[in-house]
Design a protein around this ligand. Structure first.
Ligand code: NOJ
Length: 945
């Protein structure tokens, strides 16, 4: 999509200090970076944007210019298949659709009914009244998308017309409205995490959702809190908020509350274990099955599920199950995950939607707790052969899917709609098309049935000063000042502190400083060119504008005393080196990009190949540091941790700013911090190690399949990121939570007060209320026939059947364990789990004083160490626990000399471990250590509880 409707009305570079000429430092900088992306998506000639994602085995197999990983994966597949044929059943199991590996995920049936919690009672009462009047096909319409590109949004459901329930528009993504014009590209999740600012997290969510509402969206496909960052090079780490469950959980909670404050349904994604892109999805990597993330129960609860529990506690109305398998059962057909953990233990009352084509089975996924199939197609894009749609109709008619399960699926969607007050919206339909930039387009772009073009894009301007301001503020507070020797930052616009001459010279160097070929140069932002403001994939947006750092920095220097020159190539040519020597200051940029699995850039397919800065960024920064006549400020834009060892200790590198992925206000936000218009107040949302090895044996991405279904064993358990560094005694380059301010703070006077006495277990699970009940009889098959004279669109997904003869009765092979009734989990009972888990047990107070001369912001971080020698009460097994874990934090602003008391609390859950034996959270006996400070390695205050 283009930016045709963008910059005219709005001048994004503000705080200008007058025009300056862009002096030419290098021969290279005129040569704009060429687009080096290779698109694997071999759409048919004349194909439109609806061909995005249309990967096939063949495109995966033969695309690329070298022996790609998909190629190797495919060869592996072929060899394995042949060996299996020779060796026995493997190949036939695949052909017959049975799984090859015994499932390790226990069965959990039936799906708990929604409507058992008082917080949703009113919505469920209303939903029941609507759902009981719906026909079978209307119900199926609500559960199944209409197919990729069959309507205007990336996901669409059809309406239940007779009862007045609308079709829903589901749209990406986590940082702005995808495929839309006149929207804000907010900073990415990882930048939001780096702010450690709850208020900003919430405001960004609300501003984003306000725009979604104006565009006619019902459901936003975000926030993302998986991946968590087990694999620092994982392609989508940047969509989430950081590599700690509490930081992720707080950011998810605030974002969801912000989004839903505007009446938009938020989606907590991706449940769960989608930590890497390689092999995340069937057929995308040349093999028919996705990988299995094998996660033990305690690790699941204490690490990966924690942010989802917080999301449900925040009232999230939708959850997206992920592409890959969890313990060898597809996440979207994993009954333990969806029925047992999400709907019973976490008390989730909304609906589970599949990631796009993550559904791999029909009846099985319905029984396992999936409520909505997205985008509605079957096993492949736009195949018109839904696993649900008419198939779901048939499986209800032949009794395979029990009527109460279908009613529950539908009620969950309708209740979510009421819960968010969407029933009060009038004429709420999408006023943009995901498939064209033009005003006129097809309503059903993905269908080859002949259609007339109609107005699809109304170019509704959803941006305003407030959203731009929030985007800028988040981007600025998300910048982490890693190092600031000699207090080189903040700079004065006249650079009075640098050099001796009256006129000062500043060089701005690196491709990442400049606009490149424009922010929307590669589809879905799938290449690294120009300044990096977002990763690639469905989590990206079309930029309305992007303020590049060079423009904003130039505009901020005082042109009467400072000459700014630039070199926007990542090459220190000999002429550049010579000119560098004359500079009073050099600002040099580097970056690292990654994205979603359906795209690759150069040799990089989604996940990063390593943790190095890309495009020779480290060499550039080192060269500039060697030749610059003055001090050097390095700025890094990155999707995740990068290795900065080559230059971090070079004496001329005085400051390093880690600016994450700032979104459209990139340059303005950077200038705000560099010139001290606001304090540097970001903190690292993950650990910066000295090498990938530092992150432990589980950290590398699995780049080559290790089995027919690639197996990724999360053997490191809960020891991810700083928990691993702490346990192994590894000195990080910069620890989790680190970040400098332009002022200094003193944190003192720790007091710890018990609010509630210790006790091992939470209170008994509270009793829920009765869910809605309906007539459970199977409706007559005739009621599901295509209406007379109905005109079908090719590939569009319908709920209707063509003949009652299609209904084939027989006995459905229900999965093992289907008839076992489960006791409700003692850890459940409310949204997010047993309410007793969230009762506050301890109050922690510290005093914070701003000792410096500038106003500034401090992040007060609270870490807990569980008592020594914990054992599992029933078995005596020793429970190994991390050296410390983040449990709470807050960010405060103080004027020079100002002092403030900061109060933080700890809940029962914060002080417990997950007992796999008791299947509950247990607060161990003994002394807890409570530490407070400004990073995970700077914890000046310690006390016990
Ligand atoms: C796949 C991605 O994994 C998911 O995050 C996104 O929401 C859907 N596609 C829809 O675009």
């Amino acid at each position: 999509m283009s930016t045709t409707h963008s910059n005219v009305r709005y001048d994004p570079v503000r705080n200008t200090a007058g025009d300056q000429d862009d002096g030419d430092l290098s021969d290279d900088d005129v040569k704009a970076q060429s687009d080096q992306s290779h698109d694997t998506l071999l759409g048919p000639p004349g194909s439109t944007q609806s061909t995005r994602y249309l990967n096939s085995f063949y495109t995966g197999l033969f695309a690329g210019h070298r022996l790609s990983r998909s190629y190797i994966a495919s060869c592996f597949l072929i060899v394995t298949a042949v060996v299996s044929v020779i060796g026995g059943s493997g190949y036939w199991a695949w052909k017959t659709g049975q799984s090859q590996i015994e499932g390790q995920s226990p069965p959990w049936y039936p799906t708990p009914l929604g409507g058992t919690l008082s917080s949703w009672q009113v919505s469920y009462d209303k939903a029941r009244k609507l759902v009981e009047r719906m026909t079978l096909t209307e119900k199926v319409n609500i559960t199944t998308g209409t197919g990729w590109a069959q309507d205007l949004c990336v996901g669409n459901t059809a309406p239940a017309t007779n009862v007045g329930f609308p079709g829903l528009c589901l749209q990406d993504g986590p940082l702005g409205i995808r495929f839309a014009d006149h929207i804000t590209s907010f900073p990415a999740g990882i930048t939001v995490g780096a702010t450690w600012n709850r208020d900003l997290m919430r405001k960004r969510g609300a501003a984003h959702a306000r725009q979604a509402k104006l565009k006619g969206v019902h459901v936003l496909l975000g926030p993302a809190m998986g991946p968590l960052g087990r694999n620092p090079a994982g392609g989508r780490v940047w969509e989430g908020f950081g590599s700690d469950p509490v930081l992720q959980g707080v950011a998810a909670y605030e974002t969801i509350q912000g989004i839903q404050s505007q009446g938009i349904i938020a989606t907590a994604k991706h449940l769960i274990g989608n930590e890497q892109e390689h092999f995340r999805k069937s057929f995308e990597w040349g093999i028919p099955e996705a990988l299995s993330s094998n996660i033990d129960d305690r690790t699941l609860h204490e690490l990966y599920l924690w942010p989802f529990a917080e999301s449900v506690r925040a009232g999230v109305a939708s959850v997206m199950c992920s592409y890959q398998m969890v313990n060898n059962s597809y996440a979207c057909a994993n009954s333990k995950l969806m029925n047992g953990i999400l709907k019973d233990e976490l008390g989730f009352q909304g609906f589970v939607q599949s990631d796009w084509l993550a559904q791999r089975s029909g009846v099985a996924s319905a029984l396992a707790g999936l409520d909505v199939s997205m985008p509605g197609d079957g096993l492949h894009w736009i195949d018109g052969k839904s696993l649900w749609g008419n198939e779901l109709t048939l499986s209800v008619l032949n009794g395979s899917v029990p009527v109460p399960r279908l009613n529950d699926m539908v009620t969950r969607v309708v209740a979510a709609w009421y819960q968010l007050g969407q029933d009060a919206w009038e004429h709420h339909i999408p006023n943009f098309s995901s498939w064209t930039d033009d005003e006129y387009g097809y309503l059903h772009e993905g269908s080859s049935t002949k259609q007339e073009k109609v107005i699809v894009n109304k170019f509704v301007d959803t941006e305003n000063d407030e959203s731009r301001e929030i985007a800028r503020h988040v981007a600025a507070e998300g910048i982490v000042l890693l190092k600031n020797d000699d207090d080189i930052l903040p700079l004065s616009p006249s650079l009075k502190q640098q050099g001796t001459q009256n006129r000062k010279k500043v060089a701005i160097i690196g491709e990442d400083a400049g606009p490149g070929n424009g922010p929307n140069h590669c589809e879905d932002r799938g290449c690294n060119q120009g300044t990096l403001a977002v990763g690639w994939g469905s989590g990206a947006t079309e930029f309305t504008y992007l303020v590049d750092p060079l423009s904003a920095l130039k505009a901020s220097f005082d042109s009467s005393t400072v000459d700014v020159t630039s070199s926007l190539a990542n090459k220190a040519s000999s002429s550049l080196r010579k000119q560098l020597a004359e500079q009073d200051l050099c600002i040099v940029f580097g970056n690292a990009d990654s994205g979603e699995g359906y795209r690759f850039w150069e040799t990089q397919r989604a996940d990063r190949n390593d943790l190095e800065l890309q495009k020779r960024g480290s060499a550039l920064i080192s060269n500039v540091a060697e030749f610059c006549g003055g001090p050097v400020v390095a700025v890094i834009h990155s999707v995740g941790p990068v290795i900065i060892e080559k230059f971090v200790d070079m004496p001329s590198v005085k400051a390093i700013l880690f600016a994450n992925l700032p979104g459209q206000e990139s340059g303005n936000a950077l200038a705000d911090v560099i010139f001290g218009r606001i304090d540097a107040s970001g903190r690292l949302p993950y650990t910066l190690g000295k090498s990938l090895d530092d992150y432990g044996p589980g950290a590398p991405v699995l780049y080559y399949p290790n089995a027919f279904i690639p197996q990724v064993d999360f053997k490191e358990g809960i020891y991810v990121d700083y928990r691993h560094f702490d346990r192994e005694g590894i000195e990080p380059r910069y620890p989790f939570g680190h970040g400098l301010s332009f002022t200094t703070f003193d944190i003192s006077d720790l007091t710890i007060t018990e609010l509630k006495p210790k006790s091992a277990l939470p209170s008994p699970r509270p009793k829920g209320q009765s869910p809605p009940s309906y007539d459970e009889s199977i409706p007559p098959a005739e009621s599901a026939l295509f209406p007379n004279g109905f005109k079908k669109m090719r590939k569009y997904i319908y709920p209707y059947i063509s003949s009652t003869n299609e209904v084939k009765k027989g006995s459905y092979p229900y999965p093992d364990g289907y008839d076992i009734n489960h006791e409700p989990s003692p850890a459940g009972g409310a949204e997010g789990g047993n309410p007793s888990l969230y009762e506050e047990h301890v109050a922690v107070q510290v005093s914070v004083t701003n000792k410096g001369l500038r106003k500034g912001k401090e992040v007060v971080q609270l870490y807990v160490t569980l008592p020594d020698s914990i054992t599992e009460p029933t078995t005596g097994e020793v429970i190994d626990t991390p050296v410390k874990t983040l449990r709470n934090f807050t960010k405060i602003e103080l004027k020079p000399g100002e002092r403030q008391l900061v109060n933080l609390t700890l809940t029962r859950k914060d002080l417990s471990f997950w007992s796999v034996v008791r299947q509950n959270w247990i607060m161990p006996e003994g002394e807890f250590t409570i530490a407070v400070g400004r990073s995970s390695r700077e914890l000046g205050l310690q006390g016990v509880y």
